[in-house]
Design a protein around this ligand. Sequence first.
Ligand SMILES: NC(=O)c1ccc[n+]([C@@H]2O[C@H](COP(=O)([O-])OP(=O)(O)OC[C@H]3O[C@@H](n4cnc5c(N)ncnc54)[C@H](O)[C@@H]3O)[C@@H](O)[C@H]2O)c1
Ligand SMILES: O=P(O)(O)OC[C@H](O)CO
Length: 357
Amino acid sequence: MVGAGAWGTALALAAERAGRKITLWAREPEVVEGVAMRRRNPFLQNHLIPGAIKVTNDLAQALKGTQLVVLVVPSQYLRAMAREVEALLPADVPVVICAKGIEGDSGKLMTQVIADEMPGRPQAILSGPSFADEVAEGQPTAVTIASEDVGATHETAMASLAARVALSFSSPVFRPYLSDDPLGVEVGGAVKNVLAIACGIAAGRGFGSNPRAALITRGLAEIKRLAQALGGRRETVTGLAGIGDLTLTCSSEQSRNFSFGKALGAGMTPDEALAGKKSVAEGAVNAKSVTALAARLGVDMPICQAVYAVIYGGVEVDAAMKALLTRPIKAESRELEGLISLPNPANYDEPETEIPA
Ligand SMILES: NC(=O)c1ccc[n+]([C@@H]2O[C@H](COP(=O)([O-])OP(=O)(O)OC[C@H]3O[C@@H](n4cnc5c(N)ncnc54)[C@H](O)[C@@H]3O)[C@@H](O)[C@H]2O)c1
Ligand SMILES: O=P(O)(O)OC[C@H](O)CO
């Protein structure tokens, strides 16, 4: 397990429950010390880590003899980490990507980052609605594991990397589903972080259930559009890694992204809301990469753009909301999308607030 933040640690516990032998690689000496001496990780404080899980900050030692590497560092660090791992790992050992994000500078998906840095290496992606704390606690959780080699037949699916990874984690409390659409799976994971910030903002502003339901539903339409533009399938977006994760993170204060948004909605600046946080609110980074990628592909993602405008454009929450709600009236269905655009009378008295792209 390369990365011993909350999620790497929870996945180590899940795999240990599934009977695997785990070595946890941690970047921070205090994490190694905490796990080795007290069986506690400061990133996931409430859970005892069984002695069978080894911990080290020596990457070569962690990778020695391993049959599967699970990469669990945040998306902005994945490229550098993959480069380090690649130099130490035999070519045939597969990797599982667990980061949810799109790379800032390049706009690349995590699978593309791995293809750049670990060319030819078999890769799978694990995503879905899964708070680390609940997985660590052994609460029932279902995730999606995707790899391109799942194929269309029983034989190819059974022999796929996704199936092998699923067996590595599967236990009576952790149920993986297989997918052959890594792209659709990862777009869901990256964009839901930004949408969770939007829902947090609405909650922090004091709004209730109607705005949240609207943001989740229209946010899902944004995920679908981006996934499809990149070659993923709309259908994948209705699965655990799409609507499942979106529903989870948009409705719980356990989500770091939702909580970050809530602080913004309550009036904090982005810097104030992020100050002193050891854990990641990846959507804050992804608001930039998602909107840049959408602009490059010509994909309409107004909610993500509004979040970007609040975090980076200095746009006030109320102005961003009004701008979203008073856009031209459009059709909801896929078939009519793009055909209808009515001037919105709700916008008649004031010029529309610009949401910078
Ligand atoms: N926490 C969850 O509930 C959860 C669930 C599913 C997926 N994820 C995803 O897993 C990934 C890891 O998140 P997390 O929750 O474990 O993180 P975390 O916030 O708990 O910990 C931060 C992690 O970032 C690492 N880090 C900090 N600076 C680094 C650097 N320069 N280079 C490499 N690593 C560095 C730390 O070592 C630590 O592992 C994210 O992409 C997240 O979206 C998290
Ligand atoms: O706390 P968040 O918002 O990073 O969400 C964690 C996981 O991605 C939930 O599936």
